[in-house]
Design a protein around this ligand. Sequence first.
Ligand SMILES: NC(=O)c1ccc[n+]([C@@H]2O[C@H](COP(=O)([O-])OP(=O)(O)OC[C@H]3O[C@@H](n4cnc5c(N)ncnc54)[C@H](OP(=O)(O)O)[C@@H]3O)[C@@H](O)[C@H]2O)c1
Length: 267
Amino acid sequence: MKLEDRVALVTGGSSGIGLAVAKAFVARRMRVAIVGRSAERLAAAVQTLGSDRVLAVALDVRDRAGGAQLPGRVVAHFGQLDVLVHSAGANHRGPFASKRVEELAEIVETNLVAPMLLTHAALPYLGKGSAVVSVASLAGKVPLPHEAAYSASKAGLRALSRALEVELRGLGVAVSTICPGPVDTAFLGDAAEVPDIVFSQPMSTADRVAEAVVDALESGRSEIDLPMLSGKLATLGYLSPAFLAALRPLLERRGARNKQRYLSRRG
Ligand SMILES: NC(=O)c1ccc[n+]([C@@H]2O[C@H](COP(=O)([O-])OP(=O)(O)OC[C@H]3O[C@@H](n4cnc5c(N)ncnc54)[C@H](OP(=O)(O)O)[C@@H]3O)[C@@H](O)[C@H]2O)c1
């Protein structure tokens, strides 16, 4: 797909990976609608991106009525919609039993239900040659303890995306999934609470993930894991849970060491 002059809708476009994707799109002369809840964060993002090619929409993606109207709002503003990127995400780490029901529901509604319903609402506007990209996670392939609902939501998002990839091909809508390992953004939150095994792999940057999104759009690749080697290991672990169980103690020890280094670097 040629990106120049296309119009994109990026959820979570006010921060981290979504903001890096919006930057990459604007640099390719695309116009972009960015979505997030905080009007302040959106305003700061618009300042960074430059306002002439950007529409900021303050919306909680869990708001079903607002989500249903969102693609139409983008088309009313920019005249078309060619690319939909799902990057808004939520997580609440910690033992499953200690999580409030509202926290568990927020994770699944933000990471899975919202992208599903927004894709559904966008389809009437997405013509031949358009695309949908979902930012899932390697946690959707190698489920993480203390992040059970998050892992389940990302596995669900990947399944949705992979099924639609086949189903929408006939309509000329390309569907891609990006599965990053850890990325150095605000999403990591209190890194001390992140499971050790997450740090067993190299940390990516938001810009690196944005490059993968652009690569998926330009090349039509259906799935990109970041880093690639972690993706291969995750796929092996996914195919053989026994192999993953045998490897897990080693990965956890390596991750614990890397995590300590990361925490002392952050101070
Ligand atoms: N960082 C990582 O290590 C990592 C690894 C793998 C996958 N991912 C995935 O990458 C995606 C982006 O994460 P990030 O690292 O860029 O995090 P981030 O910097 O915290 O950005 C999250 C973005 O999503 C928006 N958002 C969150 N909940 C929302 C809601 N209910 N409605 C609308 N917007 C919402 C946030 O804006 P507001 O808070 O203002 O709403 C913000 O713009 C997520 O789906 C995450 O699961 C991240």
